[in-house]
Design a protein around this ligand. Sequence first.
Ligand code: PAF
Length: 286
Amino acid sequence: MDRISSAAEFQTACDTLRMRGKTIGLVPTMGALHDGHRQLIKLAREQCDVVAVSIFVNPLQFDNPIDLEKYPRSIEDDLEVASTLGVDVVFAPLETEMHPRPILFHLEVDGLSEVLEGSSRPGHFGGVVTVVAKLFILAGRCRAYFGEKDFQQLAIVSRMVKEMHFPVQIVPVPIVRDERGLALSSRNLRLTSEQLNSALSLSRSLFAAREAIRRGEKNTDKIEQLMAQELGREIDGIAQADLAVLDYALVVDPLTLMRPDRIEGTVRLLVAARIGDVRLIDNVGA
Ligand code: PAF
C-alpha cells in the first residue's frame, strides 16, 4: 500500500494508473475509520481495480474550532485498517497541502445546504464540497463512494458532480444496521445500554413510517407526526432521561431535499434526535 501526502503526487499516481487501464475507486474520509468506512472500502474493492482512500480532517467543514480540535485522529490505526482491507493508495495530505494559505477560492451550495443538518451548521456543506471537489480534481475519472447515512452530504455531492460535470460516478452505499435495526455510528459508542435501547426509536420510527407509506398513506404531515410520536415513545421501560429528544422528522424528495405536500413518488424519510448529549441521525427510502 502506498502512502502519499503530496497532492501533485496523488494526482500523478491516479493519472498513471488510469493510463495503464486501471479503474479507480475513491473513498473520501476524515480518518478514524469505522465499520461504515469498511463498507465503503469493501464495495470499492469489489468494483474497482485500484482503491484510493483519502484521510484528511477538513477544517473548512467545522464551524466550531473545539470540534475540529477534538476530532479523533488515528492515522496509524487507519493505515492498518486500510492495508487489511486491501487498499492500494492512502492519500493523507497535510492541511497546508490541501488548502494552501491564504484560501482565496471556495465553493458554496445554494438551497440544499440550508435545510436539515445545514440549518444548525452554517458553512458546513460549503466546506465539504470545497474539499470533495479538490479530491475529485486530484483523483480524476473515478468512482467515489459515499454512505447513505449522511444522506444530505450524498445528495449535495451527487448534485455537484452533475452540475459541475466532474468525471466521477458517485456510488451510494447503504446504511449498515445492527440486528436490532440501529444504524451503526461511531457516536453509538458514547451511549449507555439504556440510551442504546432508546436510540432504537430512530430506526423504529423510520420503519413505522415506511410501512404506513407502503400501506398507502400519502399525507406528509401524518407521516412526520407518526415518526415524531414513535421517537418520543417509551420502549422497554426506558427511563425518562434517556428518551430520544426530537430534532427533526421529515419527508423529503431524495434529489432536491424539498418537502413534498403529498407523497406521490419515492421519498426519503430522515430523523435527527438527541439522546443525552449525543445527536444521532438516520434515514430510509420509501
Ligand atoms: O463524510 C466525511 O467524512 C467528510 O464529510 C468528507 C466527505 C470526507 C469530506 O471531508
